[in-house]
Write a protein that binds this ligand. Structure first.
Ligand code: SAH
Length: 608
């Protein structure tokens, strides 16, 4: 079967005039796409927008910023727009038209007028009126990847695009820019050499940088024709000559040095694993370039013939992985974090990282646990950062293991900023891996769904302890809100007081607009969630402080407040074993949720 296909092209739209018809969010998106490729969008917004109705905010912002020209004085689209609004050098014809308005009559009129003038036109939802379609694109630096299913489904195209993009190594866009600059530099140098017939070339230390800046402003002087198999047009594949053997040579002529340098670059692009190409550094390229720039003297090692994928090529680079270890049970580690635990050279763990997780660390691995005790959190943090950077600089893989998720009250963001400032780069020498947060898994293991239709439609994760020990601003009450408080149990009396009444300060300032939480609001205290000694207390705000006082506390623990607490558990009147309790709370101890293997067939039968 012959499927419909399109000619995929990359249109150089710099300075082009694009006419966008319609005043809707799609028109805003089209203007954005147009601007991103250096074109100038002109907006014709027939209908309501011209009769005083507002433009969509995203469009208005661009109009106000002067990025989009809005033809306010024209109520309707006119064919003359197509011939008068464009660039002078194309006799005033516009370069492309995007119809985003779903008015059939208008769409038909614009499209036909464009087709008669051979102006490329795209009409939303009307493939029969389009002379071109836009691709689902992934953009990274100069790298653009476009996907079309030729009308088989735009959602599918977007999904495929995401899948393709996610399989690419990080930094590939930057690598394209870097390799492109290098290629232009080689071409320029060769051209200059040819012109002056000099026999030696000196490569200055800052040459790559210079090449990059000059190339940005000035086209290379070499022709766009293929040079040694490299071409300006991405549709060319390798030529048959590509694999011709380039012998190590001592021949002292400009021609062979030229061939070798370009061939080296071409082979590097062809053979190096993409991941390796994406990680290529300026320094690495300088070295290779310098070796090849010295004519006649063959480099110590002949790179054009060497297996370029050999990782022993580059010195081992250290890196830091910031990862979350989950709430406690080792089965709640992600595979990525488990892998990191097994492969790290050094592990720097926060003191809350549970024993079950620490037990997984191989015996050979160096481990340090943060010496964090009350009052020295900042110093301990500093110490860990110093240890991590020193080890990574010595070429080691360092795992900074945090409890729960590193970005949920874990100071993970602060650490990333510190490490970036110390020269570590995201996705290259600095990685962050998520963990299951106690804020959501704690309630789950206590049978509390933080959101539940008709009971809770929002979840708030808060801290009970503010900076420098000051109580944070208490959240307002909403009957459909579940609030989860971390780091709060040590000051439960104060927290309950702040939730159920205004603080003295608020009263003094007359700030009494915050909605207060009724003392009857259900709540639960969950301690050591997912650990063998997990403990859950179910009660209401009125009794929670007394319950903790009486039952004792086993850190770490959290407080969940809201109607969600009673969705899967009826309000407290009975203990989990069914006996009526005299206390206005219930207590459950132990954790079996992950003992799936231990549920025997007999046990399962008894559940049936
Ligand atoms: N990054 C962590 C939170 C760090 S703040 C996370 O995403 O889970 C530390 C607080 O987390 C503790 O004071 C406690 O409120 C809560 N916490 C951590 N582990 C817990 C657990 N196993 N059970 C209950 N609460 C826990």
């Amino acid at each position: 079967m012959a499927y419909p296909r399109s000619l995929l092209t990359a249109v150089n739209s710099h300075g082009h005039i694009h006419l966008v018809v319609g005043a809707n969010p799609l028109a805003a998106a089209r203007c954005g796409q147009s601007l991103a490729v250096g074109a100038k969008p002109i907006l014709i917004a027939p209908g309501p927008a011209n009769q005083g109705e507002l433009l969509p905010a995203a469009l208005q912002v661009r109009v106000d910023a002067g990025e989009v020209r809005w033809l306010l004085d024209n109520v309707a689209f006119s064919e003359t727009h197509l011939e008068t609004l464009g660039r002078e050098e194309v006799n005033g014809f516009v370069d492309a038209v995007f119809v985003t308005d779903r008015d059939h009559v208008l769409a038909e009129e614009v499209a036909r007028a464009c087709m008669r003038r051979r102006i490329p036109v795209n009409v939303v939802d009307r493939p029969d009126l389009c002379s071109f379609a836009l691709l689902s694109t992934h953009v990274e630096g100069p790298l653009q990847i476009g996907i079309t299913t030729n009308g088989s489904g735009c959602k599918l195209a977007a999904r495929i695009r995401r899948e393709v993009a996610s399989s690419l190594p990080t930094g590939l866009g930057e690598a394209c820019a870097r390799l492109g600059a290098l290629r232009r530099q080689i071409q320029e140098e060769d051209w200059r050499k040819e012109k002056t017939e000099k026999t030696t070339v000196t490569v200055k230390k800052d040459s790559l940088q210079t090449a990059r800046t000059t190339c940005a402003t000035k086209a290379p002087e070499t022709t766009a024709k293929a040079v040694n198999g490299l071409s300006e047009d991405d549709s060319y594949d390798q030529s048959a000559a590509f694999n011709q053997l380039v012998l190590p040579t001592t021949k002292n002529d400009a021609e062979s040095a030229k061939t070798r340098r370009m061939r080296w670059l071409a082979q590097m692009c062809e053979y190096w694993p993409l991941k390796r190409l994406a990680g290529v550094t300026d320094a690495e390229m300088e070295t290779l370039l310098e070796a090849y720039a010295t004519q006649g003297a063959a480099p110590a090692e002949d790179d054009s013939q060497r297996d370029p994928s050999d990782p022993s090529d580059s010195p081992k680079q250290g890196r830091i992985i910031l990862a979350g270890s989950g709430p406690g049970h080792p089965d709640l580690l992600t595979r990525a974090v488990h892998q990191a635990i097994l492969s790290a050279d050094v592990i720097l763990a926060d003191k809350l990282v549970p024993q079950g997780v620490l037990d997984l660390i191989p015996r050979r691995t160096e481990v340090a646990i943060a010496r964090k005790f009350p009052g020295n959190a900042d110093a301990a943090q500093e110490e860990l950062i110093e240890q991590a950077t020193a080890a990574a600089r010595a070429g080691k893989t360092v795992l900074r293991l945090k409890q729960g998720d590193p970005f949920v009250y874990g100071r993970g963001g602060e650490e990333v900023l510190r490490l970036r400032a110390a020269g570590f780069r995201d996705g290259q020498s600095l990685f962050v891996l998520p963990g299951i947060t106690s804020a959501l898994s704690g309630p789950l293991f206590a049978g509390i769904p933080p959101t539940h239709r008709d009971a809770a439609d929002q979840v708030l994760i808060c801290t009970g302890t503010g900076k420098k020990g000051k109580p944070p601003q208490p959240p307002g009450y909403r009957d459909s809100r579940t609030a989860v408080f971390l780091m709060a149990l040590h000051r439960i009396v104060g927290l309950v007081a702040e939730l159920t009444d205004y603080t003295a300060e608020e009263k003094e300032k007359g700030e009494t607009r915050r909605m207060l939480w009724p003392s009857s609001t259900p709540c639960a205290v969950i301690e050591r969630a997912s650990c063998p000694d997990q403990k859950v207390i179910r009660t209401t705000l009125a009794h929670v402080a007394a319950a903790i006082e009486q039952e004792g506390s086993r850190p770490p623990g959290l407080l969940v407040v809201g109607r969600a607490c009673n969705v899967l558990h009826s309000p407290v009147t009975a203990n989990s074993n069914g006996t009526i309790t005299s206390k206005p709370w219930s207590l459950e101890e132990g954790f079996t949720s992950l003992d799936l293997d231990s549920i025997s067939p007999a046990g399962l039968a008894s559940l049936a």
